[in-house]
Design a protein around this ligand. Structure first.
Ligand SMILES: C[S@@+](CC[C@H](N)C(=O)[O-])C[C@H]1O[C@@H](n2cnc3c(N)ncnc32)[C@H](O)[C@@H]1O
Length: 272
């Protein structure tokens, strides 16, 4: 969905966020995976103080209320989503919807559970970094881990009559999300990890032991070591593809006005 008329930049940004959110909710597997994560961890939620970081229009808060949370702070930066969350959660007196950046939020009491979903296709390329600077320390994080994993394949097994080898050759140094069909394509090596105590915005990775001329990267989300969901299964996240031009690549995430800027290059650009 694209906005096609001229709008004030602030109005554009708010509505653009809202529209992005519609496609997030269209990913039913992602929603089911998160609801199932909450239900499996209901023992932490029931009777607890919970924070829904980036509550969107309130799906997670609603479920935590149903699971018996004592108090829920649903914190959301986008004013349109705040309005929608307030409507959706109006019948839950123990849910407080707060219009604030999560990194500025100071809860008035200790927090038992923090639920979040700020993952980008490359793990750090959206807003997960905001959780590094929280003003409170939750007892439990849901989920508590994520990984950007990778794999290498032969271009001949991927190209078709539209995305041909010549097209692929033009994409040197470019990471393209959704270029090929990712269904059933295995993620075979870990490139970069996230946990509440580990935020890392830079990696250099060696794939010299692998064979193939296309590199792909995909997100995996974990809780207590169990897979919650992953790119290729939950359509909100696609694999990201690029033609291989060496054996060592560098991936870096830099602060931007929204989300993170991604830098990618081949350290030893050697292959033709
Ligand atoms: C991917 S959505 C997840 C929504 C919801 N938690 C869910 O799982 O359905 C991320 C949400 O976080 C909000 N957001 C992004 N950065 C934020 C920040 N720094 N503080 C609060 N909310 C933020 C976005 O507006 C969006 O609604």
């Amino acid at each position: 969905m694209d906005i096609v008329n001229d709008l004030h930049p602030r109005r554009f940004a708010e509505v653009d966020d809202l529209l992005a959110f519609i496609s997030i909710y269209e990913d039913r597997k992602r929603s089911r995976a998160y609801l199932s994560l909450l239900r499996k961890n209901r023992r932490w939620i029931r009777g607890g103080v919970c924070v829904d970081a980036g509550c969107g229009w309130g799906m997670v808060s609603q479920e935590m209320a149903r699971l018996g949370a004592r108090k829920i702070y649903a914190v959301e930066a986008n004013p349109l989503l705040v309005r929608m969350a307030r409507q959706r959660l109006a019948n839950y007196p123990n849910v407080e919807v707060i219009h604030e950046e999560i990194q500025d939020f100071r809860p008035p009491e200790p927090v038992d559970v923090l639920v979040h979903e700020f993952f980008g296709q490359l793990l750090y390329d959206e807003d997960i970094h905001v959780l590094e600077n929280l003003r409170f320390v939750p007892r439990y994080w849901l989920p508590d881990g994520a990984q950007l994993s990778g794999g290498v394949m032969d271009a001949r097994d991927l190209v078709d009559e539209t995305v041909t080898l010549p097209v692929l050759q033009q994409l040197e140094g470019v990471l393209v999300a959704g270029l090929f069909d990712d269904a059933g394509v295995p993620l075979t090596f870990p490139v970069l990890k996230w946990s509440p105590s580990r935020f890392r915005y830079h990696v250099e990775y060696d794939i010299s032991t692998t064979q193939g001329d296309v590199l792909y990267l995909g997100l995996e989300i974990y809780h207590r070591g169990q897979k919650v969901c992953q790119a290729g299964e939950c359509e909100n996240w696609s694999y990201v593809w690029t033609p291989r031009r060496g054996n060592r690549f560098r991936l870096e995430f830099l602060p931007d006005h929204r989300g993170m800027k991604v830098r990618f290059d081949w350290i030893d650009a050697s292959m033709e």
